[in-house]
Design a binder for this molecule. Structure first.
Ligand code: UFG
Length: 331
């Protein structure tokens, strides 16, 4: 049975992927510095090592304790587009250096399978919608650029050391499970903020711009459930177990359908029965009008299709977690 290292496995997507990996019969080691992650989010059957990818000694200690790690899912990173526009080197330097530190130890330790949690922020000015995996790359921020740097690191580790890897570029990760959910501080993402309004924790939602060239003037995004994202990772790492598997180095993960901010708010009103007051604010820097993924290649090569295609089903899963965990993990 393989042993998978999940970096950032106490974070939102990493913790849910850890639980799905364990349910699928994998052994998992979570490595997390707990700056953003939550120890409570880590599945009890996963081994947990607290450490920081910025410290090579921590990574060496991790591999000394778990020399049989044979695959990595790399989620740990700084992930905020907006923050990256204010603190570019936190992203361009730290995300890259942390990934390089990990590879520097993992390759000599014999790891040959690697899945990168990448992003749709690589596609700031897509020529075609839905966005195909071969769309030209124009990162929308230092965050997106930092993920592209890591994709290139992986390319050269494949060429030189034979590392088998897949970069999964997700669009708008969202949704929760009944026991593990999204708990960021500060929260910047649309769905949890809308649900904070429904919980009475915020008075209203500010819609960042209603004059975009979209049907209702608000930004359109491709909302993809985090359990579907987790399942794509598991399919990809399983396929990489066979050195002869022919799969691409990168895939887009989305529902293939876009929803505007107003549609998200309407869904939240249906599910929570709260009026969700809103106001229109200025545009947020760096927001593209429309991002919708083509997941056809992931469908064909990974045999992956998203299970949560309906916005209300996604919203219901998020509401179930948020209203039972109104303070997140701080219950
Ligand atoms: N929005 C609001 N009000 C808010 C919060 C968000 O109007 O209070 C809007 C944003 O302006 C955007 C949409 O809701 O138009 C979605 O915003 P999110 O912050 O939830 O998500 P983003 O689309 O900005 O970012 C997501 C991921 C990033 C990833 C990016 C890829 O969170 O990590 O998609 O484009 F890089």
């Amino acid at each position: 049975m393989s042993k998978i290292l999940v970096t950032g496995g106490a974070g939102y997507i990493g913790s849910i992927t850890t639980a799905e990996l364990i349910a699928a019969g994998h052994r998992v080691v979570v490595f997390d510095n707990l700056y953003q992650g939550h120890r409570e989010a880590v599945h009890p059957d996963a081994a947990f090592v607290q450490g920081d990818l910025a410290r090579p000694d921590d990574i060496r200690a991790l591999f000394a304790q778990h020399p049989d790690i044979d695959g990595i899912m790399h989620f740990a990173s700084y992930t905020l587009v907006g923050e990256s526009m204010q603190q570019p080197l936190k992203y361009l330097r730290d995300n890259l250096v942390n990934a390089a530190n990990l590879l520097e130890v993992a390759i000599p330790a014999g790891v040959r399978r690697f899945i990168l949690s990448s992003t749709a922020n690589l596609f700031d000015k897509p020529e075609r919608i839905p966005i195909e995996p071969d769309e030209h790359i124009i990162p929308g921020s230092p965050y997106g650029e930092s993920k592209f740097f890591i994709e290139r690191l992986l390319h050269w580790h494949k060429e030189i050391y034979g590392l088998r890897y897949v970069c999964l570029r997700y669009f708008n990760a969202c949704g929760d499970t009944p026991t593990i959910g999204e708990d960021h501080s500060p929260e910047t993402h649309l769905i949890p903020i809308v649900l904070q309004v429904a919980l009475g924790q915020r008075e209203r939602l500010t819609i960042f711009g209603d004059d975009y060239p979209t049907p209702d003037g608000t930004c359109v995004r491709d909302y993809i459930h985090v359990v579907d994202i987790a399942q794509a990772h598991i399919r990809a790492i399983n396929l990489l177990a066979d050195p002869l598997t022919k799969i691409q180095s990168h895939y887009n993960l989305g529902n293939g359908r876009g929803f505007s901010i107003l549609e998200v708010i309407d869904s939240a009103r249906r599910i929570t029965h709260h009026p969700i007051p809103t106001e229109i604010g200025p545009r947020r820097a760096g927001d593209p009008a429309l991002l919708i993924a083509s997941s056809e290649a992931a469908n064909q090569d990974l045999g992956w299709t998203p299970h949560f295609t309906d916005l209300d089903a996604i919203m219901r899963s998020a509401w179930e977690w948020h209203h039972t965990h109104p303070k997140g993990y701080l219950q």
